[in-house]
Design a protein around this ligand. Structure first.
Ligand SMILES: Nc1ncnc2c1ncn2[C@@H]1O[C@H](COP(=O)(O)OP(=O)(O)OP(=O)(O)O)[C@@H](O)[C@H]1O
Length: 586
């Protein structure tokens, strides 16, 4: 299945601006009460701002003209009170919406993260981690900025504009119509240019994701880069991604700002019309100075928000571009769906491969018609030449992939009928290069062992000792508090495997799959591991991708995995014979 987000975005249907806005609003629709309060605050604020010019005009015509200072002071105090209330409502609206933005950001990041947890391995093979991180961090923040800053400014500006427009038309319809006419050009310009601005912003966000992917890849592989002296190669790749990002950012910046002066020009035109017509009307005795001052103020109130709307519109397009990239992830469905509960076969083996075929892509079948059974409490070794299909077989046992044909049965039921959670409780998988988070040994053990979350260190140590894992923990200098860095050399790869081992064993799985580390564990630790493997509960089935002779020796059954076939090797000698003389993968 295609999970490449960059390819999918090319074929995805384009969302219209209004449909996009609807989707964005739905994201915060559960905050209805706070939104209504913020809206009321905005409406009060806009109304007070709109009343200001009217009172100023009246003051000029009624009091200043006749030198009535008591009237001037009275209206001055009235204006002061109005502006104080306006300040308070503006503060209230900002804090309310700031909270909405932050909560939305939290929820959105959570849903993306949960979605990422459900998506199959294929998704992570096809997308760069850096691009995904950029979507989780950068794109969601664009949405936060829109909700916490731009949305309410947007509404406030529109309400002030509409109010100012109404006042302009009410005071003098002809002059009002003339004053508003440049706005039509601006509106048309905005509608025509929006798709272009959005396209430029999407390209910019995409190239930021690409750059972040490039950085992440070279940081992860810096040792290989240095060892193979591939600095130039990566520098070149980084240079290309950085240039693309630079160009896309310039394009987006230009698209977002190039028309601001045009908006400014038309706004000034509107004010010029008011001024010249107004003076003409005063000359004719149809207008007073006070009305002209109010009128000019309303024209400013109309065009200033319009100018800001241009910038806010860009923020909106940016948020929409971010939202498109986020919804791409959220709308993905795992190609490992959970099937409805089916029949349970009686007296079934713990796990069975029945006529299993598998290929990563159409071009090459990796496993051909595999049949085997795993019984409870036994130890199985998978041996074979590199590239023979051992890891693939183990991945199918843990349902990291589904067979292209055939069935995998767990406890007599199709493995696809289990939820991901049930499956992960029953099957533990320790990869050769296990994934650890930056934190401590304890945090890494607790990840996926939630039931011990409230345990103190002493309690957790007891649980670990009871599970016969005490000797492994003792290897870490500061025990549970030993720091772990997901990248870097704070602990060795062998030690990482030990942590992953403790993490998996504490879950008490029915099947424990161990992709044995080849060169990372010293002989003493290796002995500890095999002791612990022997001391696991009797019912635990062990499947070990074996690289060591003693693992093979201790196995109840050895499977030779080569050229897409899984064959019972019989005894140790046959296995060694197969390894030495068996057909190599082509
Ligand atoms: N994600 C993947 N996409 C495409 N092909 C893959 C993928 N992973 C493995 N393969 C191919 O599948 C075949 C079996 O690989 P697999 O990793 O299962 O072998 P292995 O026996 O575990 O090898 P090793 O001992 O080197 O780990 C190989 O030809 C490999 O190139």
């Amino acid at each position: 299945m295609n999970y490449d987000l960059n390819q999918l975005s090319k074929t995805a249907p384009k969302t219209s601006t209004w449909a996009g806005l609807g989707k964005l609003i739905r994201l915060i629709s559960h905050e209805r009460r706070i939104l209504i309060m913020a809206l009321i605050a905005i409406l009060i604020n806009s109304s007070l701002n709109l009343l200001g010019p009217l009172i100023i005009g009246r003051t000029i015509d009624k009091y200043i003209r006749y030198k009535d200072f008591a009237g001037v002071i009275h209206n001055g105090i009235l204006l002061l009170c109005m502006y104080a209330v306006a300040l308070f409502t503006s503060y209230k609206q900002t804090t309310l919406m700031g909270g909405v933005g932050q909560r939305m950001l939290f929820t959105l990041r959570n849903s993306i993260f949960n979605k990422l947890q459900q998506l199959p391995v294929g998704f992570f093979n096809q997308n760069k981690a850096g691009d995904l991180i950029s979507r989780v961090n950068n794109d969601t923040d664009k949405l936060n900025q829109f909700f916490s800053q731009s949305l309410m400014q947007f509404i406030s500006n529109i309400s002030i504009m509409i109010g100012a427009g109404i006042f302009l038309l009410l005071i003098n319809p002809e002059l009002g119509a003339a004053a508003l006419s440049p706005a039509i050009v601006i509106l048309a310009l905005t509608l025509i240019l929006s798709p272009w601005i959005k396209r430029k912003n999407v390209a910019s966000l995409k190239s930021t994701g690409g750059l972040s992917g490039e950085i992440q890849e070279s940081l992860n592989n810096f040792k290989v880069i240095i060892a193979f002296n591939r600095r130039d190669y990566f520098r070149k790749r980084f240079g290309i991604a950085n240039t693309a990002n630079y160009k896309a950012a310039i394009g987006a910046g230009l698209a977002s700002t190039v028309f601001i002066p045009v908006y400014g020009f038309f706004a000034s035109m509107g004010q010029l019309i008011v001024l010249s017509f107004g003076i003409y009307l005063i000359g004719k005795g149809l207008f007073t100075i006070g009305i002209l001052v109010s009128y000019l103020s309303y024209a400013t109130n109309f065009y200033n928000p319009l100018r800001q709307l241009a910038a806010l519109w860009t923020n909106f397009q940016l948020a929409m571009a971010g939202w498109d990239r986020i919804s791409q992830i959220l709308s993905l469905e795992s190609d490992l769906p959970q099937l409805p509960v089916g029949i349970t076969e009686p007296n079934a083996a713990l796990l069975e491969f029945r006529n299993v075929h598998f290929s990563y892509d159409e071009s090459k079948e990796i496993l051909h018609n595999i049949n085997f059974k795993l019984e409870r409490g036994k130890t199985y070794a998978l041996v074979g030449p590199t590239g023979g299909g051992k890891t693939t077989t183990a991945s199918l046992i843990a349902r990291l992939y589904d067979p292209s044909k055939g069935l995998v049965l767990l406890d007599g039921k199709d493995i696809r009928t289990y939820t991901a959670e049930e499956r992960s409780l029953k099957i533990g998988f320790i990869l050769q290069e296990p994934f650890l988070f930056s934190g401590t040994v304890k945090e890494n053990i607790l990840y996926s062992n939630d039931m011990y979350r409230e345990h103190t260190n002493e309690q957790l140590e007891k649980v670990i000792t009871d599970a016969n894992l005490g000797s492994l923990l003792a290897i870490f200098e500061n025990g549970l508090e030993t720091p772990v860095l997901s990248s870097g050399d704070s602990i060795s790869l062998g030690q990482k495997q030990l942590i992953a081992f403790m993490r998996a064993v504490l879950r008490n799985p029915q099947i424990l799959i161990l992709d044995e580390a080849t060169a990372n564990i010293d002989t003493i630790t290796e002995k500890l591991l095999s002791d612990i493997l022997n001391k696991l509960p009797e019912t635990t089935t062990r499947v070990i991708i074996a690289h060591r002779l003693n693992t093979i020796e201790n196995a109840d059954e050895i499977f030779f995995v080569n050229s897409g076939e899984v064959i019972r090797a019989g005894g140790l000698n046959e296995a060694i014979d197969m390894l030495l003389h068996g057909k190599r993968v082509s």
